[in-house]
Design a protein around this ligand. Sequence first.
Ligand code: 5GP
Length: 184
Amino acid sequence: MTKGNLFVVSGPSGAGKSTICRLVRKMLKINLATSATTRKPRKGEVNGVDYYFLSIEEFEEKLRNGDFLEHAKVHENYYGTLKSEVENRLSNGENVILEIDVQGGLQVKEVYPEANMVFFKTPTLKELEKRLRGRKTDDEETIQLRLKNSLKELEFENKYDISIINYTVEKSCEELINIIKSKN
Ligand code: 5GP
């Protein structure tokens, strides 16, 4: 039985999830579980803060050891949530936010059926493309891959409890904060 509340936040990459989750986490002093990935760090990203950056071998070893609550291949890299980032915090009564893709989100829901599932999306697909390009962190091939995957992610929206359309960061933060507060 968990004491804290678990929030799973998913949606197309570029929809603004990370920015919003980071802000909300700071405002409410909630833990955003740090994920592991085999993707290379982007400029400015810090190991252990933004992600645990692992080699494919390291990731696969943890997978074999059963260390992951969920994992998925997203945009051709492995991503996963370590059980150690979630279990103790929930049993200590802390709230935890997981910002993960839809494949991972559904795996978490299997383990924690009481998880609160929140889906983020942009008002239009054009807007999503604009945001992905605006980040200036990815090359054209990666942008195309992310756009293609976004369409797939959108098909899973109906598996989530609540959808937030990200019109502005302020409004979306407020909506997520209201959802979190309503569960406490
Ligand atoms: P990015 O490479 O832009 O940081 O993240 C790419 C995608 O991977 C995002 O949709 C993000 O939500 C997802 N992601 C990040 N961490 C995890 C994780 O631990 N598990 C899963 N399944 N997806 C993740």
